[in-house]
Ligand binder design. Structure first.
Ligand code: PEP
Ligand code: MG
Length: 587
């Protein structure tokens, strides 16, 4: 048989690393996808019925979640749609029929359910009842949801460990679902390097390449793949030479990682003695032990959205309390900065709450201020966990003073409830805001009077300052963190924080990039919170640079007018000053 031809697909490098392995084709997004159904006769009816019941239960759970999240915002017409969909999911007659047919016809739940829904739709169309005809779309939505769940449950349980997941797109919820299995990599048709799937891949330390256009249709089950998360490549059926080259690269990277470990216990101080506080961003509990034993640092950003995504609803105060307490106790004496729910944007199931511009819509603090009960429950949980004195609270998506005033009044309410109930909490708990909307920078002097610290969220700051969707592969080339406007905004904020005597850190991805962190240090930032996978690389950088030189570099950069000039200049200075190639452990 002739060797298969090597084909290289180029996308965006979203998470570092290289793996060689087989694909796992994830097509849960395509409800009509005709998955490799078992041969007739080999169906295990109990298993099919079990899967069916699970997917109905999951679909009800999802709809209820969307419903609780959005009910205040929905008009009567949309409420009706939810109710209609739920009523179909509670239709015992339909379920009994599907199950009976699975047993009698020995066909999959997937096929039978699809068939039954077709019958239902035909009956609705034939009824001549206008109201019922309007429900056809609801039936379709409901059908797609159930089929997707049916497929998803199967696919995830079928996912071959140690494979490279190939998908059109993955929602953050999908990625979390996959994180329970060990994956070699993720490659998707869509997505941007700062979308949450990419961020999650980085925190799970899995190589990822996104924006590969239509790659998911070009990969077959029996292909061998190499994913190169440094260069943003997916190589299908690599030649023997390519495999050998990548194997050498993997071995080299391992040696580099090993060498980096020597830095674990060393201080993160610049060559000329300036301390830069280096903390880590954290998302999953399975990262905690690693962070504690290897870095022993603070957690500068703990994102809480995944609790919502995993629970399928807002988690209870008690569940949150247990989670936050677990973190506070493990990271102690380090400090954990807990960010309140930043749901919305891309961090919600895509069909949940359709908005034309989700990033400009109902997101982050806006949802929490509208859903006071949910917010108070989260604040109470954080406060209760703060009794040991090592928690700070941070609020996302702040755009103005009114929001902070409202937040503070709700925080006081949560505190006074706890006081009445004689529950302990840290009375001096520090509060801060994410600075990620440009308006917050323009009024930083006012905001600094209301909070204890600022943390710059560069991922969103870039998108909101430049009007470039952080998720869209179409405009990914315009998403430029070294844009002079972005750097000048950061400079303004640092100056305002200095003037007003409050701390400022950076927890966006810019801090995890060597050139970015060099610039930030030069702009006067003294705390960087980076993703765990970059922690030692950034520490290495800090120890190699001179604070004074970094200041000079950044001062010069603020006079430049294009990102290209800025990047060329830092790279040149870096190589000259440090006398060594930029931290390119990769290639
Ligand atoms: C940011 O916007 O930079 C940030 C850290 O928050 P997130 O990526 O969760 O939006
Ligand atoms: Mg953000």
């Amino acid at each position: 048989m002739p060797a298969k031809e090597e084909i290289i697909f180029k996308g965006l490098a979203a998470s570092k690393g290289i793996s060689i392995g087989k694909p796992f084709l994830y097509r849960a997004e395509v409800p009509n996808y005709n998955m490799d159904l078992p041969e007739g006769g080999s169906i295990i009816a109990e298993k099919e019925i079990d899967d069916y019941e699970n997917s109905i239960a999951q679909s009800i759970k999802e709809l209820n979640k969307i419903f609780t999240l959005a009910k205040e915002k929905l008009d009567d017409k949309n409420l009706l749609i939810f109710e209609a969909q739920l009523s179909f999911l509670f239709d015992d007659f339909l379920h009994a029929k599907v199950k009976q047919r699975i047993v009698n016809e020995k066909r999959t739940a997937f096929e039978i359910f699809k068939d039954e829904i077709k019958n239902l739709e035909n009956a609705i169309l034939a009824s001549g009842d206008d109201y019922m005809r309007e429900r056809i779309n609801d039936v379709e939505d409901m059908k797609n949801r159930v089929l997707r769940n049916l497929l998803k449950g199967r696919l995830v349980s079928k996912i071959t460990e140690n494979s490279i997941v190939i998908a059109k797109n993955l929602t953050p919820a999908d990625t979390i679902l996959f994180s329970s299995r060990s994956m070699l990599g993720i490659a998707t048709d869509l997505g941007g390097i700062n979308s949450h799937v990419s961020i999650i891949s980085r925190s799970l330390n899995i190589p990822a390449v996104v924006a590969l256009k239509d790659v998911s249709f070009k990969i077959n089950q029996d292909d061998l793949l190499i994913i190169d998360g440094y260069k943003g490549l997916l190589i299908k059926n690599p030649s023997t030479e390519t495999i050998a080259k990548y194997e050498r690269q993997i071995a080299k990277n391992r040696r580099f990682e090993k060498k980096l470990e020597e830095l674990e216990k060393l201080p993160s101080t610049t060559k000329d003695g300036k301390e830069i506080r280096l903390s880590t961003n954290l998302e999953f509990n399975n990262e905690v032990d690693y962070v504690v034993t290897h870095f022993g640092c603070d957690v500068g950003l703990y994102r809480t959205e995944h609790l919502f995504l995993e629970a399928g609803d807002f988690p209870s105060e008690e569940d949150q309390y247990n989670q936050y307490k677990f973190l506070a106790e493990h990271i102690y004496p380090g400090i954990v900065t807990i960010r309140t729910f930043d749901i919305g944007g891309d961090k919600i199931l895509p069909d949940a709450q359709k908005e034309l511009n989700p990033f400009l819509g109902w997101r982050g603090i806006r949802i929490c201020l509208d859903k006071k009960d949910v917010f108070i429950a989260q604040l109470r949980a954080i406060l209760r966990a703060s009794a040991g004195g090592n928690i700070k609270i941070m609020f996302p998506m702040i755009s103005g003073v009114e929001e902070v005033i409202k937040i503070k009044s709700l925080l006081e309410e949560a505190k006074s409830q706890l006081k009445k109930e004689h529950i302990r909490y840290d009375k001096n708990i520090k509060i801060g805001i994410m600075v990620e909307v440009p308006s917050a920078i323009l009024i930083a002097d006012e905001l600094s009077k209301l909070v204890d610290f600022f943390s710059i969220g560069t991922n969103d700051l870039v998108q909101y300052a430049l009007a470039v969707d952080r998720d869209s592969s179409l405009v990914s080339e315009l998403y430029e963190k070294f844009h002079p406007a972005v750097l000048r905004l950061i400079d303004m904020l640092v100056k305002s924080a200095d003037k007003n005597g409050i701390q400022v850190s950076v927890c966006g991805e810019m801090a995890s990039d060597p050139l970015g962190s060099l610039l930030l240090i030069g702009l006067g930032v003294t705390e960087l919170s980076v993703e765990a996978a970059s922690y030692l690389r950034i520490k290495r950088l800090i120890r190699l640079v001179n604070h004074d030189s970094a200041r000079n570099i950044s001062a010069k950069i603020l006079t430049m007018d294009t990102a290209k000039k800025i990047k060329d200049y830092i790279e040149e200075c870096f190589n000259k000053n440090i006398g060594e190639k930029l931290l390119r452990d990769d290639h």
